[in-house]
Design a protein around this ligand. Sequence first.
Ligand SMILES: [Zn+2]
Length: 372
Amino acid sequence: MQFIKKYWLSTSILITIIGLLITYAVKPSLFDFILKPSQRTIYERNFKDSPEKLLRWNNLLSNAVKDQVVVNNSIAEQVVTSNEKPFTAGYLINLKLGEVLMSTVDLQDSWILEARNLSGDLLQDAQLKNNALVLNYTPNKDIKIRVILQAKLETESQTEFKIYTAPQYDFPVAGKGNSAIQSFWGASRGGGSRKHEGNDVFAPKGHPVVAITYGTVSSIRNRGLGGKQVWVKDYDNGYLHYYAHLDDWIVKEGDMVWSGDTLGYVGNTGNAKNTPPHLHFGIYKNGSAVDPKPFIWRTQVPENTITLPQLINPRANGFAANLRTEPSSSSDILQDVKTAPVTIIGNTGNWYHVRTSAGLSGYMHKSVLVEK
Ligand SMILES: [Zn+2]
């Protein structure tokens, strides 16, 4: 009896597993809610055209993961894709701890948008938001990554594409912004004996100091260099926020606070007693201070104000026809293209984003490209 029971149990488990495997083979999308495949995987899975076409499309990605185009803070580009010339490009960007990578492309049905590390591994797949694809990637260390934008095949479009960074947190002094920070990380302190481990945000005495994110007041102190100080723990990200030189506080230990909640008021307690009132603001990770500036520094969403004409058969004009890493004449030169033909894949301001026939991608000023 015991044997038969065991036998039936293992047989039914086996049948269930085989059933699941068959279902997965026939209709893998039924498992998407568990396996969460990338947009790329879903696109490849549903690709009905010839396998050779898909292979060529995959090869475009292996070009893009080697692209040496650099984004210096931000870029807004008009990107172009067509049946004959499907768009694929990689963009390198340095992210500092505290900066959130943002990247958006309109017309989500036509594009794949991804953040990858320098080995080419996927870090984040863009999510759909209001008919746009959006990347929103928060690193846990300083890191260089590559944003990949690739058009799906058989699409024709000219679309707005952006890469920029945003601070991870809100600003710690109500109604103030970047210009109120007047002493930065690393400045000399104590006659050169130590370095400034925070940012000083200047505001009149009594101005509200606010929480920069959701967290818990972990301690309140009145002592030492910081004077009256409030510490807030951001449990979601593991950071401690330090608000010092306060005139006074209005929270107590254990309070939960939300972004924008008043913690206390700007003052000059502690070793700031002979300086104008300011907030000393610091962030600690695993007990060590990190530069708080990228966490709170306000940035702007870039706009591309010029749409350049699409040349039909563009080639370089042979005079200082430099392909560059950035849309700027002070950026690195990747190659002197001389008079070679190129493919225009986008533009930002007066610069075309092009790809050479050898597969090299970069920026060329509009003045060096002519109709063949
Ligand atoms: Zn300070």
